[in-house]
Design a binder for this molecule. Sequence first.
Ligand code: ADP
Ligand code: ADP
Ligand code: ZN
Length: 229
Amino acid sequence: MVEVSQEVPESIGDTMSNRKNIVVLGPPGAGKGTQCEKISETYDIPHISTGKMLREHKDLETEHGTARDYMEKGDLVPDRVVYRILDHRLEKNDTKQGFVLDGFPRDMEQAKHLEERRELDLVISLEVDQEEIMVRLTGRRVCEDCGESFHIKFRPPEEEKVCDECGGDLIHRDDDKREVIEERLEEYRNKTLPLKEFYNDKDLLEEVDGNGSIEEVWKKTRQTLEETL
Ligand code: ADP
Ligand code: ADP
Ligand code: ZN
């Protein structure tokens, strides 16, 4: 008698439906990094933040100065440098079942670049009121070593100026100062916001209300993920 294997081979269809290629959009300070960490832990997919990777490679040369020169002013770093970092990261094996992308794409050019590399499953746009953004960014403190975000009021570390996750020093980012924040918000409005329409036309966009506590926003984000993926 021929033994029939009970094991069902994983079909390409299954792999596709399990895949979670997610982009999170939102103005600076919306809480992208905070929510992306939770998405990453919950679904076991890597959190890829171009801002964080660029902060780790601030001295990378562009045609006109270093990445740092752009970041200090709140301007977008030239695409060539960002693509190099991003493409290298996407090549790693841990992105096969998905990823949650934070801070990329920032404009149409970048959206097209991504489209040539990966098919997306969901784009979340975190919607937060302008006054709240200022409060979040001016009170943000980030870990110099692991990049984790804290807030002096909304997510204070257990020990002052020390990262709960790794014990690293918490710093106030140079670009989290009022004038630079204004510039970053302007960049967001002009270049990134139009992406919402682009992704909406592809039926990928879900808006999530990003006002409210970290846990409240997570509840809504999680619900959106469960309903759409
Ligand atoms: P936030 O989400 O708080 O605005 P990020 O950490 O995403 O900040 O980005 C910090 C800075 O890094 C940006 O102001 C910009 O200079 C640079 N940067 C991050 N991601 C990109 C990107 N995809 N393209 C160009 N520049 C970027
Ligand atoms: P982004 O990555 O969009 O720039 P972050 O995740 O770094 O934003 O959050 C910005 C700041 O606001 C951080 O100090 C973070 O601890 C805090 N924060 C994030 N989400 C919330 C929330 N829902 N309520 C209050 N503070 C928040
Ligand atoms: Zn840390």
